[in-house]
Design a protein around this ligand. Sequence first.
Ligand SMILES: [Fe+2]
Length: 464
Amino acid sequence: MGSKNMGALCMVAMVFVLLNIGLCNGGKTSPYVRKLYASDDLPKDTFPSPPGFNAPEQVHITQGDYDGRGVIISWVTPVRKHPDVVSYWAAGAEGKHKHKHTVHSVITTYKYYNYNSGYIHHATIKGLEYDTKYFYEIGQGNSARQFHFTTPPKIGPDVPYTFGVIGDLGQTFDSYETLKHYMANPKAQAMLFVGDLSYADDHPNHDNERWDEWGRFVEKSTAYQPWIWAAGNHELDFAPQIEENVPFKPYLHRYYTPYQESQSTSPLWYSIRRASAHIIVLSSYSAFAKYTPQYTWLEKELSKVNRDETPWLIVLLHSPWYNSNSYHYMEGEAMRVTFEPWFVQHKVDLVFAGHVHSYERSERISNVKYNITNGVSTPVKDPSAPVYITIGDGGNIEGLASGFVDPQPSYSAYREASFGHAILEIKNSTHAHYTWHRNDDNEAVAADSVWLFNRHTYPNEEHN
Ligand SMILES: [Fe+2]
């Protein structure tokens, strides 16, 4: 080949490389390929009721106040109201000095189509010591069951704390793997759950026994560490065809949240502070337009955030605002348009969403200029914007969302159609290490990982 031809070839190659860079302006689309068929739910009674007559089951805990000294302990007794008392004591106070406290539950029941719930108990404990392990016991005799939890450290800007993150879990073989992998990681101290719990509504007449089954399935984690709940569309259980017209009925009976502690008027949106984090939970399926209760509450709550005490500002919601998957594409757009300017103004660090059954992490971007008058509709890099993480990859009955749009948008940093969970390790007031773990790997393997810099204390650009 002559030198002239070589030169031409080089030019073509150069143009190709430049074109390629131009087209692939997004982040990484993982080449990892996972099976695409829907997973089946585990057979009923895979997680049977515990032994003993009317033994308490489906035990779960969540934070019970604003600052982490409270816990709501919930359980179900299938046949009778009793036991309706939980006793608890601080670890280390064993033997004759063991001082047991007791608290009574609030009991609720509900009917759904042809299903009658068991007795659903919620016992709220407040005024616990920070950073202390507590044992608690529900029931007596041969049906008594004992568990434990550890309260978070006192609120403070440099308090390290580690959260797990799971969404759209369901109760399939894949769900089982997700929870198993999460629990194999000893680091996480509390769970941020971004909605879609049991997927009971995918069964005929929303078979509410699937809600009970799910409660027993996750108990091995939910009884020992608080799961912070956000509601998804599968919590709606709105089915007028079977005369079930009350949205969120099973969910609201089963999963209490400390909403009044943050002056919310609904259990579906609320806020808690834990260690160095201020966590705001929103409801994608409740009204959020201007003047609605959720809108006015969020506006006020954001103004209350004290970044000098809790530098990490984290939002949980179900339907993602930035999603480059064809599945549920732009469903979160109305909420994004409504609230994104506030998130940028208040420098939210992280937004976790679910709904899309795959994994995706965004760059720090905003699209606050997008409105119908100026026509600017491309998200741009914005150091004051959150990182958006879509983690609806718990592994539910509906299977994987593998249809990513092509090419990968510039706002998308990493995406993968796979199942897994995430770990958010807050190290201090400036740094947090975030990792995402796919189910097919060992827990120690992080398929995606980033160092996150706090937007209030250290708003430098992250280089990941
Ligand atoms: Fe969903």
